[in-house]
Structure formats: C-alpha cells, structure tokens
Ligand binder design. Structure first.
Ligand SMILES: [Zn+2]
Length: 167
C-alpha cells in the first residue's frame, strides 16, 4: 500500500500528522505493522476499548464514537492506536510491561492529529464482572481531558463492557 503523493493541494498540519503516522506504519523498508479490526457485532469488540494493546484489535465502532469531534476525533484515536502498535511491534514488545512507552508514542500521534493535547486519564471505569478471552470487562463513564489554546475540555463517553455507547 502507498499513500497518494501526487496530491498537490494544501494539507493542514493535523492532516500531515495522520499521513506521517500511516507512512511510518506501512514503510516497506521496515517490518509490517498488523492490526485487526472489529465492529460491535463481534465478541472481539468486548476485548478492545477503542484499541487493545495486546491483541492489536481496533474496535471501529468505539473509535467512531469516541471523543467530541473537535478536541478529540476518531482520526486522532486511529492515529494513537496505529502509532502505538507501530512502536510495539517494531520493538518486539510482547508483554504488558512495554505499554507505557508505546502509549506515549500513541498520545504524541493523537495530539498531532487532533491539534490538541490529551491531559490525563481519570478513567471512571469499573470492572463490570466477567471477561472475554481473559480480558476483564469494564463499564462506566470514560472521562478524558484535552486542552487547546489554554482551553480545557473534559470529554465523557459512556462505556458498557468495553464498548463505547452512542451519545
Ligand atoms: Zn495507548
């Protein structure tokens, strides 16, 4: 796969950031980056809240619903998950222990694509009992703050068993 490099229009810095994340992931001179996609019709969607570090599953329905479309966008979340997996897979990280550095790479990509800064994670999720393929199920209100130009916005997404609900 290649990205169309013949387009001669202007791209915003956020669009360029997305192109950079994708170009890095598909760079033919480096090893492949593999992700799996699911929607909410499958059991796998309950293993992944937007993206699952270990199984490399991206839940497209979660991603579509995440954020506010302004400070936090689906494109930003896709960039986060792909940059995180690129970092993980190219460095041969297989355990949970490597999560933090890969997650940081994900946040850097997410911020560049959103044009905002993700602040902290004050989750708001609780174990709702049970698990799918060893993944504990979480429900509650996912709370995440973003800032841009001195403005802080708190974004809330309702989650049931690792699936983000329609607003
Ligand atoms: Zn992450």
């Amino acid at each position: 796969m290649t990205i169309n490099e013949n387009y001669d229009g202007e791209v915003s810095s956020e669009q360029q950031a997305m192109i950079d994340v994708l170009n890095d992931a598909i760079d033919p001179s480096q090893s492949d980056v593999v992700v799996f996609l699911t929607d909410h019709d499958s059991e796998a969607s309950h293993q992944s809240l937007a993206g699952d570090f270990q199984t490399q599953i991206l839940d497209i329905d979660d991603i579509k619903r995440y954020g506010d479309g302004d400070f936090a966008t689906p494109a930003g979340t896709v960039a986060h998950e792909i940059a995180e997996q690129t970092e993980k897979q190219r460095n041969g990280i297989t355990s949970k222990n490597g999560f933090e550095c890969c997650h940081t790479a994900g946040i850097i990509a997410e911020n560049a694509v959103n044009g905002s800064s993700r602040i902290n994670r004050s989750s708001g999720l609780k174990r709702s009992g049970g698990s799918i393929n060893g993944k504990p199920l979480y429900s509650g209100t996912l709370k995440q703050q973003y800032s841009r130009g001195g403005m802080i916005k708190t974004i809330l997404n309702k989650v049931v068993n690792n699936n983000i609900q329609q607003q």
